[in-house]
Structures are given as structure tokens and as C-alpha cells.
Design a protein around this ligand. Structure first.
Ligand code: ADP
Length: 165
């Protein structure tokens, strides 16, 4: 059985991430989405638990998708879950150079056990990122086009709480 790990910050999950998940589940028997802490992205809008719960809710009725949360390295989470590869999404040239470096580093630190499969963002989602969605929300513009309706509701709720503080 082919299993792949899709690691990321998912703060929050967007339609771009969901497109990569759709593409992955057509290629692999099982996709494990790993919500990981990215030390380069200091404070998130949602806690790791909140991000994981949102993704779990979106995929609760999908058999071949599993969600895990971890503070470990992606390669270790992949090995722990029996995955031989990591999947990453590429939106354009800037993602490409970053992902090539990450792929080589992950191969190296896992002693060549974990390779990376890169999938290309579909045209309509190429410009979507979690940070852009948060920025649009922060200026009071609608974000419904970029995320699932359930995630949009959570984002509006979070903004309301933050504004009340
Ligand atoms: P990380 O902090 O690991 O980069 P992200 O949640 O930002 O976590 O992204 C996880 C993965 O999903 C990365 O490979 C990123 O390039 C990819 N990704 C993010 N947004 C999109 C999108 N709109 N289309 C395709 N891939 C995407």
C-alpha cells in the first residue's frame, strides 16, 4: 500500500492545500496530512490543535485520508507513519527553489529514506496562500473564495474574537 505524508503549517488549510490533497489521493492509497509547527513561522492565527480539528472535520468522511499533529520533523513523522515519501505543492518559481532545497535536506537527514513528490498547484489556486488569506481577512475583505465554507466561518469567528480584545 502506498502512503504519502503531506506536511505543512496549514494556518489555516486553503483550497490550494485541498487541491494538493485531492491530487495526492488519486496517486497514493493513503494520504496522511501532518500539521506541524514551523519554527520559521513564529505565531500562528490558529493553534496546532485548532488547525488539526478543522482539517479532521473537512475529511471526516474520507477513508484514505488521516490527520496527525506533531512537533517532530516531517521526515520522522513520515517514517513513524510508514510513508516513503512526502508530498509538497508548487505554486511557482519561488516555491520551486525552496522545495528543492527542502527535498535534498529531508533526504539527507533521513539517510535517503524519505523522498519528496512535488505536485503543481492548479491554475485557479496558484495565488492562494494561508498568509495571503489572513492578510485579506485583516483588511476586512471576504475570504470565502479561497477556503472551504467551514474554514471561512472559523476565520471570521477568529477575527471577531481578535477585534473584541
Ligand atoms: P509550510 O510552513 O510547510 O510551507 P504551508 O501550509 O504554508 O506549510 O504549505 C504546505 C505545502 O502546501 C507547501 O508545499 C506549500 O508550497 C503548499 N501549498 C500552499 N498553498 C498552496 C497552493 N495554493 N497550491 C498548491 N500548494 C500549496
Amino acid at each position: 500500500m502506498s502512503k504519502v505524508l503531506y506536511p505543512g503549517s496549514f494556518d489555516p488549510i486553503t483550497k490550494g492545500h485541498m487541491d494538493i490533497i485531492d491530487q495526492s489521493k488519486n496517486l497514493f492509497d493513503e494520504v496522511i496530512i501532518a500539521v506541524l509547527h514551523n519554527p520559521l513561522k513564529k505565531t500562528g492565527m490558529f493553534t496546532l490543535e485548532e488547525r488539526t480539528n478543522m482539517i479532521s472535520k473537512l475529511y471526516e468522511n474520507v477513508d484514505n485520508i488521516k490527520i496527525v499533529m506533531s512537533d517532530k520533523a516531517a521526515v520522522d513523522v513520515a517514517i513513524e507513519n510508514g510513508c516513503s515519501a512526502i508530498v509538497r505543492g508548487i505554486r511557482g518559481l519561488s516555491d520551486y527553489s525552496f522545495e528543492v532545497q527542502l527535498c535534498e535536506m529531508n533526504k539527507d537527514i533521513s539517510n535517503n529514506r524519505i523522498n519528496t513528490v512535488c505536485l503543481f498547484a492548479s491554475k485557479e489556486y496558484q495565488f492562494i496562500s494561508s498568509s495571503a488569506v489572513k492578510e485579506v481577512l485583516s483588511i476586512g475583505k471576504p475570504i470565502d473564495k479561497y477556503v472551504d465554507p467551514y474554514v471561512a466561518q472559523e476565520l471570521y469567528h477568529k477575527r471577531k474574537i481578535q477585534n473584541e480584545k
